[in-house]
Design a protein around this ligand. Sequence first.
Ligand code: FES
Length: 212
Amino acid sequence: MPPIAPRSSQLSTIPAGAGKGDATPNRRCVLCGGAALAMVLVSPAARAEDEDPARAKRPQAGDLLAFFEGDRAGKIIKPDDLKLGGPPVLAWPMDPSSKALRDGSRFNQVLLIRLDPNALEANEKPHAAEGIVGFSAICTHAQCTVAGWVQDKQVFQCPCHQSRYDPKQDARVVFGPAPRALPALPLKLDGGNLLVAGPFIGRIGMARPGMG
Ligand code: FES
């Protein structure tokens, strides 16, 4: 079964026009959707969460960020690793002392992207680091990993039902069934390192009854 996340640390780029307005998802996204559902149900990360709660701890202020997958999986992400204007990079938080990845829960997956600081919404600038912004990678619709990127629109796209999120508008939903924005992860630069500046702003994943 193909993985939901791309095999490289940069997300899959979706051709212009794909997804938006389609009555049915394209073949790639059908595969991604099935895999994503399977990952939600039986992911190794979920099993690891049971075995090692420390690895499932949510990102903490001062955490480093590391590549999720690919040739540099587990290596620390430097600001220069992020190309201006995308594509985004999928990351794990990393404990700065032990260098252990917080990979025990897929709810810790983070989308990182570098944008023109002047293009960011005013309310987004306080948690950006010189144009680099971070968001939860878990779709707020049905919790697939938001593994697509539409380069010409500069938006994230979920492979399951094509919800799109605009990182220049604090990951607001601009298309599709997702009910709310991706929670932001505040970032900062310190000594040339990209660090987490605070916990996720908002609840990760889909809404629960009575919780909005
Ligand atoms: S799970 Fe992302 S759009 Fe449905």
